[in-house]
Every structure is written in structure tokens, then in C-alpha cells.
Design a protein. Structure first.
Length: 590
């Protein structure tokens, strides 16, 4: 399923990731099933009307520096090509969707996406929250000092023996008991629960200082014992950026027998454009980010997606800020999905799931390990009744920890996959980004696995089970063998009215920048950095341009994405009915 690459496709990381995923998809197909080529074009800016020459420029312009840097007090680049990896997965999604559409009678030959569109998709929840009508009460009014060694906006704990550890729990009682074991009064421990729980949504975690101090009084062994006794997951944050394991992006297992009468509905059109999955039906029972994002992506590709939620609705619907009567962040991933409520602990609820799956092309879930088997809703259960089904499941760690894995959430996946070390330069302690990196990648990889299953079904008339994980998604991100220090001019530079990131030529040739700094001495780079604050961003852009150098202003208010005409083709304005903005679908098909 390797695409035909067109002229102008330059982001090497994106193309490498796309080709890797497409080769993995092709392994399950009969020989020759992917012979007809698809033209894949991946650019840096795509429909964004800006000069974005590289990963750093995209991160600066599209909000990744802003959201990633919230916890440490100012915009900070991810020290990996994250947006390029997201774009590569989007490219693979587009190509595979085209192949699924062709099997259903569509004449599609080309798909386009870009690194900028990948970055905007990654900040979609934060954009929704920033543009919602009601304010977000969870963002601190005064962020922690920028560059602090152990920034107070992160959740990473440091023990008395100098070990950095990440803890996770979804249970407020377990959280409280953990801190009580460390000598923290229950009331004070409780005050730390909300910022800890909401860090997934806000990208900051301003814990009470007493909690951090309590952890610093404990050795790692003592901290681990408290976690084990209370059911809290704990992983040590490694300084090594290399992945601890490199699982395949997803595992595809063919269904038990050939399906007869596999539906091949004719594609429909939407807004004048033919969408490759139009007419296909997806049923999802998902929560948080990873699973809902997978369904959201399939819906953007044209599928009809139905959500199964518990009685009363998904609790995430009321996570502030609200857009009307529903969470803006929830709507960013789930708008447009009809809902059927079902209590999976009852026979009636499980029958509802089986009935919905029987009429679906894809059944998608990210349940906790063992839940599907306990409820009689595992792949073998549903495929026996509906052999043409693609059963796509997503977890945190796959089988990396055996039958007793840690809680399968983003930040522990960053720790175990090596991303927590890779995303920060060597002069900063390793710690997960509170931007939900593996949740986003995990949702995209889950969706790509589902599409691989649909392509397999089209070629073999057999359904399939496809499983992916946050860990299998996180290891897609290339990282250096060793963490490197970031030179002062390779950081976001504070100007008189904002921040600026130097372009690739300026970073490669800092001597050219020093010549613009009124005699700054290269032996004192901090003095050079300070001189940028003497002029406005526009003045520096003009001076750099006169010297043949480029730079990118750093976006520090996500609402500006809806105000800047350069982003109008990539970001939909706030909907009058819901009051929040969203990235547009990140593909163009031809």
C-alpha cells in the first residue's frame, strides 16, 4: 500500500511514518491487492497561508509551543518532530481511506495533508476550550517560572533519592489514600485532586506544594510501596529517550470465516465533496481522548459514527468550559455522533451493544483490559455473529506489562515509550508533556488500524480484529540516541510584544543573527537573547528578512487561530450554536 509520492512532498519524517504504516497495512493483504497507486502529497503549511519551512515553525504558528509550554511558564518547543509524525499518520489514513473508497466504487487518486494540519488537529481540544463561551476556570492566572528545574505546573514527583516518578490514578479515593500514606492531611490531598485530574484538559498541574514536599521526603521504594498499597500506578521517568519496547503499530487478526453479503454501500457526498467512508457505519464505546478521537477521525472521513454511553451520558460531557450545555472539549471529539445509552453491566445493555455491532462495519472501543471478555463482548463474541465486522480495540500498553498493566493513560505511556525524555532538551529534567501526545497519536493509529481492517475485508471478504495502544503509537515518534542541549538562540525568544522562533537558516548560522544584535558578544548568549526584548516581533521579522533570514511569531493565544485570515481554510470559526472553534478535516481528496 505504498503511495506514489508527488513533487513537493518534503517533510521526510512525515513520509517515513506514512510509508511505515502503509507497509504494515499491506502485509495483511493478498499479493497485488494494493497495486493501483495513490498519490500522497504532504506539505508543511497546506491550506495555512503562512511560510512554515520546518517543524519548529509549525509548532510555533499552530499552538504546540504554547500548549506544551503552559506547565513550565512560557512557550517551549517539543524536542521531537511531533507534528510531522501526526501528519504522517494522517497521510496513511488518507491513502487507506481512498483504497477503501475505491473498493466501493469511488474514483479517487490523490490525497493531500500537511504538518500544519496535523498540529492543528493535535491542539483541537485546547482550541475548543479557548474559544468556548464560558471561561476555563482551571488555567492558572500566573504560570510557574519559565525554565524552572522542577516546574510547579508539572505532575512529575521527585523522591529523596533523586528519582523522578510519574503517578496515575482515575480514582479520587485512591489518590487521597496515597497522599495520606505519605503524611499529607486528607483535606490537603483532596485539594490536589482537581488539578491532577484536569491536567489532561488544561496541560497544567499546579499541585499544592505540600504534596511535592511529601514526595521529596520519601525514597523511591517508599513511594512505590504507597502506590502499590493504594492501587496507584507509578513509573520511573527514564532519562533515556529510546523506547523500552517497539511494538507494531497495530496487530490484525483475520476473522474466523469469510463473510457473505458484506455490504458495499455507494458513497454519498457532503458539502459537494466525495468522502471515502460515506455510507459506512462505526459504533464506538469509548472514553477520554484516544477512542473518541479515532471515531472522530473516521467521521471526518465520511463514516456515520454512533456512540454508546452509560445511562445519563459520558461524565466528560460536563468537563468545563461548556459550549452551551456540553463540554467544549467533549464536543471537539464527539460532536455529530448520535448516542445510544446502554449499561454494560446488565444483560439488556450488552444486548444493545450486540445489536448495534451487528449492523456496523466497525466496532471500536478502548475499554480497560479484561472488560470486553467479562461482558461477553470480545472480538470472538461479536465476530461469530457478524463475521464481516472490523473489531478495533485500543489500550494503553498492549501486552507490554502482562495481565497487570499500569493505568493506560497518556503520561504513563510517554514515560514508558521514552517520549518523556525525548520531548525535553538535555538542560531540562525529563518529564511528560502535558499536551496529550500519545492520546492523539493513539487515536489516529487506532483509526488507521480500523481502516486497515476495512481494506483487508474488501480484499478478502473476512472481518478482522485490530488492536493498537498508546505505546505502539508513541514509538512512532523518532528521537535522538541522546538528549541534546538547546542553544539559547534555539529557544522561543521574548520580544517587546511576544515571542519569536528563528527559522532554520538562522539557527544553523547564529553568527548572522549576532550581526543584527548591535554588537552582541557570542561569548555571552544570554545577553543576545535579552536584546530581542528591545524590539517588537514585527521589527525583528523585518530586520531578519533584510538579512535573508526567516522567523516565525509564536502563537500564545489559541483564539488568534480564528482571527487570523491565514488560518481560515484550516480552522472553522466558532459555531454560533455551540460557541467553539475546530480544525477543519485535515485532508483534501482528488
Amino acid at each position: 500500500m505504498t503511495p506514489r509520492l508527488g513533487v513537493g512532498t518534503r517533510p521526510a519524517v512525515s513520509l517515513d511514518v506514512a510509508e511505515r504504516l502503509l507497509r504494515h497495512s499491506a502485509r495483511a493483504l493478498p499479493q497485488g491487492a494494493d497495486a493501483d497507486p495513490v498519490r500522497l502529497l504532504i506539505g508543511w503549511a497546506g491550506p495555512v497561508a503562512r511560510d512554515l519551512p520546518d517543524e519548529r515553525a509549525v509548532q510555533a504558528a499552530c499552538g504546540l509551543l504554547h500548549v506544551h509550554g503552559r506547565a513550565t511558564g512560557g512557550p517551549a518547543p517539543l524536542a521531537v518532530d511531533y507534528a510531522s509524525v501526526v501528519a504522517g499518520v494522517l497521510g496513511a489514513l488518507g491513502v487507506t481511506a481512498v483504497r477503501v473508497g475505491r473498493a466501493r466504487g469511488l474514483d479517487l487518486r490523490e490525497v493531500r495533508t500537511s504538518v500544519a494540519q496535523g498540529a492543528l488537529l493535535a491542539v483541537g481540544q485546547y482550541l475548543a476550550a479557548a474559544t468556548a463561551a464560558s471561561p476555563d476556570p482551571e488555567l492558572p492566572s500566573s504560570p510557574p517560572p519559565s525554565g524552572a528545574a522542577d516546574a510547579e505546573g508539572l505532575a512529575t514527583l521527585v523522591t529523596s533519592d533523586g528519582v523522578r516518578a510519574e503517578i496515575e490514578t482515575l480514582d479520587p479515593l485512591a489518590w487521597r489514600e496515597f497522599w495520606v500514606r505519605l503524611g499529607v492531611p486528607a483535606g490537603l490531598a483532596g485539594r490536589g485532586w482537581l488539578p491532577f485530574q484536569q491536567r489532561f484538559a488544561t496541560a497544567v498541574c499546579p499541585l499544592p506544594g505540600a504534596l511535592r514536599q511529601a514526595a521529596r521526603r520519601c525514597t523511591l521504594a517508599e513511594l512505590r510501596a504507597a502506590a502499590d498499597d493504594t492501587g496507584v500506578s507509578l513509573l520511573v521517568v527514564r532519562a533515556d529517550p529510546a523506547p523500552a519496547a517497539c511494538p507494531a503499530p497495530w496487530e490484525l487478526t483475520p476473522g474466523p470465516r469469510e463473510a457473505h453479503g458484506v455490504p458495499s454501500p455507494r458513497p454519498a457526498t457532503a458539502d459537494g465533496a466525495v468522502l471515502p467512508l460515506s455510507g459506512l457505519r462505526v459504533v464506538e464505546s469509548t472514553r477520554r481522548v484516544q477512542g473518541p478521537l479515532a471515531g472522530h477521525v473516521l467521521r471526518m472521513l465520511g463514516a456515520d459514527v454512533v456512540r454508546i454511553e452509560p445511562p445519563g451520558g459520558d461524565p466528560m460531557r460536563w468537563l468545563p468550559p461548556l459550549a452551551g450545555d456540553c463540554s467544549a472539549r467533549f464536543l471537539a471529539l464527539n460532536a455529530g455522533k448520535p448516542v445510544v445509552e446502554a449499561d454494560l453491566t446488565t444483560p439488556q445493555g450488552r444486548d444493545t451493544v450486540r445489536s448495534l455491532a451487528a449492523g456496523a462495519d466497525v466496532f471500536l472501543h478502548n475499554w480497560a483490559p479484561g472488560k470486553a471478555a467479562r461482558h461477553g463482548l470480545d472480538a470472538s463474541d461479536l465476530l461469530s455473529a457478524h463475521p464481516g465486522l472490523v473489531y478495533a480495540s485500543a489500550s494503553g500498553f498492549g501486552d507490554a506489562f502482562g495481565d497487570r498493566p499500569p493505568v493506560g493513560t497518556d503520561y504513563l505511556a510517554q514515560v514508558h515509550s521514552g517520549l518523556a525524555a525525548a520531548v525535553r532538551p538535555a538542560d531540562e529534567p525529563p518529564a511528560p508533556s502535558l499536551l496529550t501526545l500519545t492520546d492523539v497519536l493513539g487515536g489516529l493509529v487506532c483509526a488507521q488500524g480500523a481502516l486497515a481492517g476495512l481494506a483487508f475485508r474488501a480484499a478478502t471478504r473476512r472481518g478482522a480484529r485490530v488492536h493498537s495502544s498508546l505505546l505502539s503509537a508513541g514509538v512512532l515518534v523518532p528521537r535522538p540516541a541522546h538528549r541534546v542541549r538547546r542553544p539559547p538562540l534555539d529557544r522561543p525568544l521574548r520580544t517587546a510584544d511576544g515571542h519569536l522562533c528563528l527559522g532554520p537558516d538562522a539557527r544553523r548560522h547564529p553568527e548572522a543573527v549576532y550581526r543584527l544584535l548591535d554588537g552582541a558578544d557570542p561569548a555571552y548568549p544570554q545577553d543576545a537573547v535579552a536584546r530581542f526584548a528591545r524590539r517588537t516581533t514585527e521589527e525583528w521579522l523585518a530586520r531578519l528578512a533584510d538579512a535573508g533570514l526567516t522567523a516565525t511569531p509564536v502563537l500564545t493565544d489559541l483564539r488568534d487561530l480564528t482571527r487570523d485570515a491565514a488560518f481560515h481554510a484550516a480552522v472553522a470559526p466558532p459555531d454560533p450554536a455551540t460557541g467553539y472553534a475546530r480544525p477543519r478535516a485535515p485532508w483534501e481528496f482528488a
